[in-house]
Every structure is written in structure tokens, then in C-alpha cells.
Design a protein around this ligand. Structure first.
Ligand SMILES: [Zn+2]
Length: 106
């Protein structure tokens, strides 16, 4: 009798763990599909401070706040884009934000 109960608890724990991981993966996938989360969907900004503001306003896929770690540039499809790397304060995931700055006033 104890073995059946123990096995049932093990199966339930595995099922709950699997569902949590699947839910987290789905949240991360849908987060990554939002504008500005890949070079091909880089957000066009008019001012540089818009980038920091947008990153600060954006929550991680887990719901945590983001902190800017670094900024850089890269060429994508013949255009220079700004890349901001941020870390999530909750799950510590590395998050990347992409911006097009060709309209930005210098
Ligand atoms: Zn997070």
C-alpha cells in the first residue's frame, strides 16, 4: 500500500514540475516574439533615452523587473542597430532588446 501511495506522489510531483516548466517555456517564447526582442523586429526610436525607458518599463517573461547591463551595436540587414542587454532581477535571465536609431537626433 505504501509503495502505491509513494509512486502516486512521485508521479504527481513530476507532473506538476513538467507543467511549470512548460508554462515557463511558453511565457519565454511569447515574450521573445514581442517587437524589439530580435534584430528583425527592432523598435525604431527617435531619441536615445527612449531605449532605456522602454527597457526599464518592460518586465521579464517571469514578471521580474529588468536592469540594464550593457549597450552595444551590431549590423543587421545592412543597418546598424543598438542592442541593450539587461538582466532580470528575479530569474536572472539575460534579456536582449533591439532598437533602430536611424531617426535619432544626434
Ligand atoms: Zn525573469
Amino acid at each position: 500500500m505504501f509503495e502505491i501511495l509513494f509512486s502516486t506522489v512521485i508521479v504527481l510531483v513530476l507532473f506538476v514540475t513538467w507543467r511549470r516548466k512548460r508554462s515557463a517555456r511558453q511565457s519565454k517564447d511569447s515574450w521573445s516574439e514581442e517587437p524589439g526582442r530580435s534584430p528583425s523586429t527592432a523598435i525604431i526610436v527617435d531619441r536615445f533615452d527612449e531605449m532605456d525607458r522602454l527597457v526599464r518599463m518592460t518586465r521579464c517573461h517571469c514578471g521580474g523587473r529588468t536592469s540594464v547591463v550593457s549597450e552595444g551595436s551590431k549590423t543587421f540587414d545592412g543597418q546598424r542597430i543598438k542592442v541593450i542587454r539587461a538582466d532580470c532581477d528575479e530569474c536572472e535571465d539575460e534579456l536582449y532588446f533591439f532598437f533602430r536609431t536611424e531617426r535619432t537626433l544626434h
